[in-house]
Design a protein around this ligand. Structure first.
Ligand code: TA6
Length: 307
């Protein structure tokens, strides 16, 4: 289907526009290999973008889906969330064979270690990312190859900034009763209660060994995001709330009200690759209209795959 590549007018890295027959689109920046927009067929923006996003390197744009590699968090030798989101990626001219592109619009990107990177992280790697758009669904297939002669380990996350109407009206289903590391309490380990997660303050948690499906219900918009993931057992839930929103220079003071980060992640058990070994993950973001308040759509049915 449609893949258009256009250079930015100010000469900064190119962007790729994916589109598909029902009218949805996605915009990908080669800088950071980052999806910065996903609009549905009604042209509604589904991903959050900070009202104060900095579009100039080396700061990653705060919004869309930044790629966190080879380190998630700031617990490690590298900058917070690793350097992949602050690098210029390329179009991958030798992607592995595409599955049948039935009504999909797909782009393959690649990031390889540079001499500069090797100073900070002495491991040669190839990080590939396939981004596919189809009606109501945005799919990410990250793929890491150890192209070095020694093993390395890495943590990883797709940092999904979701656009919500009002965070205080959002529920997350699928993470009940799981253990999580609380980043606000020195990453202490706790167990989630048995109800859906709702929001009335800052939250910054890495849920461990999560199910393959998580539902994010936007009550006001009557929209449910469904996050399906493979190869990424953990999930991060983050909302900065008011104080941290004011403290982050590239986040609007009120932006926390209309965003939720729900990341597919590899945190608790980093991936270890021997020379020439590969790791592949998969994430599907989709939306279903949820007349949840009338009880017609039970998020648990979404989780259990009936919808
Ligand atoms: O995803 C949660 C988190 O690690 C939070 O602790 C917060 O730091 C957020 O990421 C923002 O990270 P960034 O580096 O994008 O400012």
């Amino acid at each position: 289907m449609q893949v258009n590549i256009t250079p930015y007018v100010d000469g900064s890295p190119s962007r790729i526009i994916l589109s598909e027959p029902t009218g949805s689109t996605a915009e990908v920046r080669l800088y950071g290999g980052q999806v910065v927009s996903w609009k549905n067929e009604r042209r509604e923006e589904l991903l959050f973008m900070s009202s104060k996003a900095l579009w100039k390197p080396p700061k990653a744009v705060r919004g869309g889906v930044p790629i966190c590699f080879p380190q998630f968090s700031n617990f490690g030798p590298l900058e917070q969330h690793g350097f992949a989101r602050n690098r210029l990626w390329s179009l991958d001219n030798s992607p592995s064979p595409l599955p049948p592109a039935n009504n999909q619009s797909t782009v393959d990107l690649i990031l390889k270690s540079t001499d500069e990177d090797l100073k900070a992280w002495p491991h040669r790697f190839e990080l590939r990312l396939r981004i596919s758009l189809s009606a109501g669904k945005l799919t990410f297939i990250p793929h890491v190859r150890n192209s070095d002669n020694k093993p390395f380990s890495f943590s990883f996350a797709l940092k999904n900034y979701l656009s919500v109407s009002d965070i205080s009206e959002v529920r997350v289903e699928g993470l009940e009763t799981l253990d999580y590391l609380d980043n606000m309490l020195e990453r202490e380990r706790y167990t989630e209660q048995a109800d859906a997660i709702t929001f009335d303050g800052e939250i910054d948690r890495a849920y461990l060994s999560t199910p393959t499906k998580i539902a994010i219900i936007d009550h006001e918009k009557k929209r449910t995001f469904v996050l399906r993931k493979e190869g990424m057992p953990d999930a991060v839930v983050w909302n900065p709330w008011d104080k941290k929103s004011k403290a982050l220079p590239d986040l609007g003071d009120e932006d926390y009200k209309t965003m939720l980060c729900l990341d597919s992640a590899v945190i608790e058990t980093p991936i270890v690759l021997k020379p020439f070994e590969e790791w592949k993950g998969r994430q599907e973001l989709s939306t279903v209209s949820s007349s949840y308040c009338s009880g017609q759509l039970d998020p648990q049915k979404v989780i259990r795959g009936f919808i």
